[in-house]
Design a protein around this ligand. Structure first.
Ligand code: UGA
Length: 433
């Protein structure tokens, strides 16, 4: 099938590449000429494990094309995916201007029936708005479908190729048939394509992300309580997760959720809810708790040193989670601010995210060559992201490099008893030393 993907950000590029992988002819459109040139030349613009190989193969085999020209890019396409940014506006609601601008342009240039698909996370009612905007100028029949994506950064290729489910929101029989055909190869293992009305599809995405953010936040509060009561959150987590109704996943406490999705989507759902005249109280609590959670380790560090002024800290992990270079809403950045504002200095190491951090905060911190260089002259090690490479470090080396053997771990990487045996002062989340 011939398809177009408008927007070559994270979602757009993964979507386009993965659709090409099953034999579709995909044209990706972006207004950023520099990006389009890089991509056309085989230079991938995002870090996502496994994507590069697919990208190179499909580009080489002529199934993946890039252009800045929307008219040219959509001319032969049967389906047009809109994978455009929906950043939070000042009041927390999703800003739809990018989507509606492209929709307006599409209305003026479409000459035959096409299915326009909202792939971005958009509030309930957006498909309707897109339809209205296109219809203003459009002379041919068309359908607008809501098809939210559920990709996780770091495992996006796998999530796309083998989705738990595909949600397709439309009342049109024709669009339903086309979308079913397109997604057929990805659900061969038996995972469902769930057809529904477009509003339910739009809400499903926000509900899923907000529920997961709530699940994490609930565990973060259980972890706080564990410390106060002398319980161990690892035990409580296992005890809870063994109940199928709760499930084992997404119960890991830490220093808060970050990234480009959960924070934005929880905020946007709370806002939509307010606009629908309903105060979604749980979501307000989730946002409050998560804000505080990002700084969960700071009072522990401060209490240990009495005062952090003049101290030097090594910080492992900057990305909001492992296997990505994404630092949006990353707890590490909040910690850097808190420590430096209190008069401390910080050296950092992250396997992928250091260039991104440097472009945002410059030389506010020192960038280390590797995780051990980072420890030199540091008073303590603080861990913010659970990269695999941090999981089995050389503890003797850590001890010899740190001024004192103190580790503050925001991701519960190590066993408390082992760290005690090794002679570390070790503090983590929800586990009493
Ligand atoms: C999330 C959803 O998981 C995807 O299904 C969704 O498609 C995506 O948002 C999106 O809307 O585009 P992502 O933001 O890539 O994906 O990251 P997750 O792996 O879900 O992690 C989110 C945050 O939760 C991270 O900061 C992570 O550290 C934190 N987390 C996750 C925990 O603190 N504890 C856990 O047990 C799990």
């Amino acid at each position: 099938m011939k398809i177009s993907v408008v927007g070559t950000g994270y979602v757009g590029l993964v979507t386009g590449t993965c659709f090409a992988e099953t034999g579709n002819d995909v044209t990706c459109v972006d207004i950023d000429a520099n990006k389009v040139q890089k991509l056309s030349n085989g230079q991938i613009t995002i870090y996502e494990p496994g994507l590069e190989k697919l990208f190179e193969r499909n580009l080489k085999q002529g199934r993946l094309h890039f252009t800045t020209n929307l008219e040219e890019g959509i001319a032969d396409a049967q389906v047009i995916f809109l994978a455009l940014p929906t950043p939070p506006g000042e009041d927390g609601s999703a800003d739809l201007s990018y989507i509606l601008k492209v929709a307006d342009h599409l209305g003026k240039i479409m000459t035959d029936y096409k299915v326009i698909v909202d792939k971005s996370t958009v509030p309930v009612g957006t498909a309707e708005k897109v339809r209205e905007v296109i219809a203003k100028n459009c002379k041919t029949p068309f359908d607008v479908v809501s098809n939210p994506e559920f990709l996780r950064e770091g495992v996006a290729v796998d999530d796309f190729m083998k989705p738990d489910r595909v949600v397709i929101g439309t009342d049109s029989e024709e669009a339903r048939k086309i979308m079913g055909e397109l997604y057929g190869p990805y659900v061969r293992q038996g995972n469902p394509i769930l057809y529904m009305d477009e509003k339910s599809a739009e809400l499903t995405k926000y509900a899923a992300n907000s529920f997961l953010a709530t699940k994490i936040t609930f565990m973060n509060e259980i972890a706080i309580l564990c410390e106060k009561l002398g319980a161990d959150v690892d035990m409580v987590r296992r005890g809870m997760g063994s109940d199928d109704r709760i499930g084992k996943r997404f119960l890991f406490p830490g220093i808060g959720y970050g990234g480009s999705c959960f924070p934005k989507d929880v905020q946007a759902l709370a806002k939509s809810s307010q606009e629908a005249d309903y105060d979604f109280r749980i979501l307000n609590a989730v946002m409050d708790v998560n804000e505080a959670q990002k700084l969960f380790l700071i009072p522990k560090v401060t209490a240990y040193f009495n005062d952090v002024k003049g101290k030097h800290f090594a910080l492992w992990g900057l990305a909001f989670k492992p296997n990505t270079d994404d630092i949006r809403e990353a707890p590490a950045l909040y910690m850097i601010d808190a420590l430096t504002n209190a008069g401390a200095t910080v050296s950092v190491f992250d396997p992928e995210a250091m260039p991104n951090v440097k472009s945002v905060i410059g030389d506010k911190v020192k960038y280390a060559e590797n995780q051990y260089d980072c420890l030199e002259n540091a008073d303590a090690l603080v861990i913010a992201t659970e990269w695999s490479v941090f999981r089995t470090p050389d503890f003797e080396k850590i001890k010899s490099l740190l001024k004192q053997p103190a580790i503050f771990d925001g991701r519960n990487l190590f066993e408390v008893s082992r760290m005690q045996e090794l002679g570390f002062h070790y503090e983590s989340v929800g586990r009493t030393p």
